[in-house]
Design a protein around this ligand. Sequence first.
Ligand SMILES: [Zn+2]
Length: 364
Amino acid sequence: MTCGIVYDPSYLAHEQSQSHPERRERLSYTMDQLEEEGIFDLPQIRLIAPKPAMRDDVLLVHTEEYLKFLEDASVTGGIIDADTYIPKNLIQDALLAAGGAITGADAVLNQDVTNCFVLSRPPGHHAGISQGAGFCYLNNVAIMVRHLQSRGLRRIMILDWDAHHGNGTEEIFYDDPSVLVCSVHQYPFYPGSGRFEDIGTGDGKGYNINLPIPAGSSDKVYQYLLEEIIIPLADEYMPDAIAISAGQDNHYTDPLTGLALTAQGYSGMMKEMCILADSICYGRIIAVLEGGYSVEGGLPYTNLGLIAAMAGLDISSIREPEIYQDLLKKAVSEDAFPKVIKMVSGLKRILADHWYFIRRYESR
Ligand SMILES: [Zn+2]
């Protein structure tokens, strides 16, 4: 198994302000950690330089007007919302992030690597067809998915495990059965959307799966969702590739969110996704960094754990430093799991018409 890591020092350039949580240390600390662990010396790892996305790539997802707005505001500076400023030169950084996802996808499709992790900034999953939001400008994963389809892949599954609902991605593919969007997110929480009742529209009905989970959800909850919904969904959908909107803000040390996933939980989840991808789509996984704001406490270790799993390395020793362990006890809520079981049962009721694995399960 060979894992590509798409990265370029230019991914450190983007900055809204020095105190903004989506800051360059998110990546520089991760890269330091990976170097310290000798990851780049391993034969299973290949470092890949990103190429910028072209305007035509972006226009497969976003409107011409919105792209023009970003281009113009990148000259003068501008603002999208209270959390999302447009610094000068933004468009170059945003095109390199989207292009990194495309570069990673091409490396996987060309069989240069088995799978790929795109360590890019700025993130993308809150960006919809004609607007940015929540630190996001261009929807990197959506642009990459449309690129894969332009190269002949028919069905793509997107798993968005960022702590926030991937509302931009949902909007882009809401009526499209050729892209199965599955988002696991803290709920209720920013951006407010992501109810399990929202399952798509028109031909896309049944192909938008929201898994809203309460604050305090731990590794056990994610494991349950993988077994109950995510893996059976993928087995039935049989995608040609799996894209992961990999937000690491579910980690229990994250300052912006209330979930309680560990680095071991993350790497275990990725390992299962790799086994799944191996059985249904030649191992093709393209993971793209979304959120994750525990710059020192969680992010470097979760990113390391994900890459180790993708490269087929032993992940049993992946964990955070001991000094953070007390925080885990405070973060986990025992009430979360029963609430998630109830949510899954409601979700299955409204998805049963669309998915055989649910009907089969119910008839047992
Ligand atoms: Zn997030």
